[in-house]
Design a protein. Structure first.
Ligand code: FAD
Length: 303
């Protein structure tokens, strides 16, 4: 990346919020991947707007990274700027049965806040290890809910650094998909419309879902959760298991025996190992059942 961009970035972002050659294995739950040319932690809207305008003007690629829990970053890294939302993007306010959350807040903190406020509807998201921003992009979901069911509006920043608010409907949510996967917007905040409930009932449901995750998912290993989307009429994990792929290794990447829908980093995996194992799983499931599994995990950089 052109060094003059770094000089310009330093005029907007204070030096301690900017990292050169940022090791992306420290910013993703797979714990793999090479360096991003630059990583910036952004603490406010004006700063974000100025950075986006600069990068657009200089034609430097950039991407948002939340908790990196759905990301596979190339071992060669990413020749662009990784933006993370911190500070003022990390808070919540509640008014009646509506919570406004910054896009950088984690879902777990948001769910705990909703529970304290006696607001129900977000229990399903407790234990999904992402941020609100990442969950809006992915239309994250589990058990009896998904983000689409509780989001009433989203505040976005466009590539010109301008803010606009869209309704939940305008987000075009569908299964693991939203407007944000197709358009160059940054989610900066969202409003969740919830229903009044009893704090104990909400907390009980959250703990129940968390318990189910712990018993069924290989949470002791780095992963990005379900590697593939659920194909219509099937379960990806069951197809993978029935194809005899449980425990299949490529380098340090392995199809979890505990939950075949998860590819895990069993220690020392590279992103290439994970990517190659994903291809083997897709090929073998297709050969056996005629179903082409579509990755849920998003790749960043060149593979
Ligand atoms: C153990 C485990 C369990 C999981 N269980 C579930 C589950 O039950 N259900 C489920 O749906 N998912 C699950 N996931 C996957 C993952 O947690 C979700 O997809 C989550 O919503 C991703 O959020 P993130 O902040 O980590 O996003 P990231 O992985 O950081 O980013 C995902 C995408 O969103 C983009 N992005 C991030 N923030 C913004 C923003 N503010 N504006 C615009 N774009 C942005 C990124 O550029 C990237 O393209 C699981 C993952 C793990 C590791």
């Amino acid at each position: 990346m052109n060094s003059s961009v770094l000089v310009d970035l330093k005029k907007i972002v204070s030096e301690e919020h900017l990292l050169v050659d940022a090791p992306m294995k420290e910013y993703t739950t797979f714990k793999t991947g090479g360096p991003a040319a630059v990583l910036v932690n952004i603490y406010g809207l004006n700063e974000l707007s100025a950075v986006v305008r600069l990068l657009k003007e200089k034609q430097v690629p950039y991407t948002l990274v939340g908790n990196g829990s759905n990301l596979l970053v190339s071992d060669k890294g990413y020749d662009g700027v990784v933006i993370r939302l911190r500070g003022s993007f990390d808070g919540f306010t509640a008014k009646g049965n509506v919570i406004e959350s910054g896009a950088g807040a984690t879902l777990s903190r948001l769910c705990s806040f909703a529970a304290q406020e006696g607001l129900s509807g977000l229990e399903f998201a407790y234990g999904i290890p992402g941020t609100v921003g990442g969950a809006l992009v992915m239309n994250a979901g589990a058990y009896d809910g998904e983000i689409a069911g509780v989001v009433s509006s989203v505040t976005l920043m466009d590539p010109e650094g301008k803010i606009k608010t869209v309704s939940g409907k305008e987000m075009n949510f569908s299964y693991r998909d939203s407007l944000l996967k197709h358009e160059d917007y940054i989610a900066v905040a969202a409003e969740f419309t919830l229903t009044k409930g009893k704090i104990e009932d909400i907390q009980f449901k959250m703990q129940d879902f968390l318990g189910r995750r712990k018993s069924k998912q290989p949470l002791e290993y780095p992963s990005a959760g379900s590697t593939f989307k659920r194909p219509e009429g099937f379960f990806a994990g069951k197809l993978i298991e029935d194809a005899g792929l449980a425990g299949r290794f490529v380098g340090g990447a392995c199809v979890s025996k505990k939950h075949c829908g998860f590819i895990v980093n069993d220690g020392g995996a590279s992103s290439e190992d994970i990517s190659n194992l994903m291809k083997i799983v897709q090929d073998e499931v297709f050969a056996k059942f005629g179903v082409m599994l579509e990755p849920e995990v998003i790749k960043l950089g060149n593979f």
